[in-house]
Design a protein around this ligand. Structure first.
Ligand SMILES: [Zn+2]
Length: 384
């Protein structure tokens, strides 16, 4: 990786007044059988008593304060405009690039996959992204790359919104699952971007003794001319720095993650189904009072409440604790119905969502200027 994590973002004065309310983990209780729990001799009775006791303790504590004033865009806007909001982390998936004409690279839903599978007689489209297969048979991957990449790639309004967050001094880091490199084209500095699944931005010779880096433009020319990319120094195959199945995520992902998420004041999640690990777990790594905004076509990343309630019902537990809050003590995830107003969803296309947000923040003019292509080239040099 050529980019080193940058320290801080110029907002070094953290909000010291923020309460750090640690989530209470369920742990062994020293007083089993309290709170009127029936004592029983069977393991199920004991477990039931333990769970009932634990939950009654947890719900005695006073309810957590509201995070946002209201459960809508106005709530987000007044939070961003408040002293509390200094560091924003964005997490993005394929949904922010669809309006650029780039389908989700790894979801074999398009006809292109079928054509390539037939042409190369592949048993399964996933093999194209397996490193072992690629080393022996790279043509299908490059063939797919050619089909999927539009000749002209332009960042979407969603990318420009992230760039605007950077311009305003809010962007702590942008975590993307996308490998299209559109964040860089939008002028977001490389140091602010974590490409969790790598990207096409750079490519390296696969020979361990060479490892020569090759540029995106060089790789693009090879892909579009249907020439296998061979190292200009040693003639070994050159692979884009995209994370294949069977390869580790970039070290930068883990380095930045552990530093960034405890510092996050606002998390914005855009265009991702939050199903790919470990990316999907990141939503749980922010502080407990950090609001989370989901801009997506549908609700994702919620707590599986039904599963937990089903578990209690199986135990035959009967108590008066609040089932609405109890599951969050156990399974963390987002909860868009909570009265804490912590998790807010702006449903629909990402581009529409960020446009609404930019307008509500009074940033409309600057946002539209970036979208029209003016003023976005200025920091492109910083990406090299
Ligand atoms: Zn080489």
């Amino acid at each position: 990786m050529s980019d080193q994590p940058k320290e801080g973002n110029g907002n070094e004065q953290r909000d010291k007044s923020r309460q750090s309310s640690e989530e209470q983990e369920p742990g062994p209780s020293s007083t089993p059988g309290a709170s009127g729990t029936r004592r029983g001799s069977s393991p199920v009775d004991k477990l039931q008593g333990f769970v009932t006791n634990l939950l009654s303790k947890l719900t005695v504590s006073s309810p957590k304060p509201k995070v946002l004033e209201s459960n809508d865009i106005d709530g987000i806007v007044s939070f961003i405009q408040s002293e509390k909001c200094k560091n924003i982390i964005v997490m993005a998936g394929a949904g922010i690039s669809t309006s650029a004409g780039i389908p989700d690279f790894r979801s074999p839903s398009t006809g292109l996959y079928a054509n390539i599978m037939r042409k190369y007689q592949l048993p399964d489209p996933q093999v194209m992204f397996e490193i072992g297969f690629f080393k022996k048979n790279p043509e299908p991957f490059f063939s797919l790359a050619k089909e999927l990449f539009p000749e002209e790639m332009n960042p979407t309004p969603s990318h420009h919104f992230v760039r605007l967050l950077h311009n305003k001094g809010f962007l702590l880091r942008h975590y993307t699952q996308n490998i299209d490199g559109l964040e860089r084209l939008a002028g977001i500095p490389g140091g602010k971007i974590v490409e969790a699944h790598g990207s096409f931005h750079t490519a390296h010779c696969m020979s361990s003794s060479c490892r020569k880096e090759h540029s995106f433009d060089w790789m693009k020319e090879k892909i579009f001319s249907e020439t296998l990319p061979k190292c200009t120094q040693c003639d070994t195959l050159v692979k884009p720095d995209v994370v294949f199945f069977g390869e580790n995520l970039p070290a930068r992902f883990f380095d930045c993650m552990s530093k960034d998420f405890p510092e996050c004041d606002l998390l914005i999640i855009m265009g991702t189904s939050l199903v790919v690990q470990p990316f999907s777990h990141l939503v749980e790594k922010v502080p407990d009072d950090c609001p989370r905004v989901l801009i997506n076509r549908e609700i994702v990343g919620t707590v599986d409440e039904n599963r937990f309630i089903g578990f209690l019902e199986k135990l035959g537990a009967h108590s008066d604790f609040d089932l609405g809050t109890a599951p969050h003590m156990f399974a963390r995830g987002m909860n868009f119905k909570s009265e804490r107003n912590r998790d807010i969803a702006i449903l629909g296309d990402c581009d529409d969502g960020v446009r609404k947000l930019a307008k509500a923040l009074g940033w409309e003019q600057e946002f539209e200027k970036l979208c029209s292509g003016q003023g976005q080239k200025s920091t492109n040099q910083a990406n090299a």
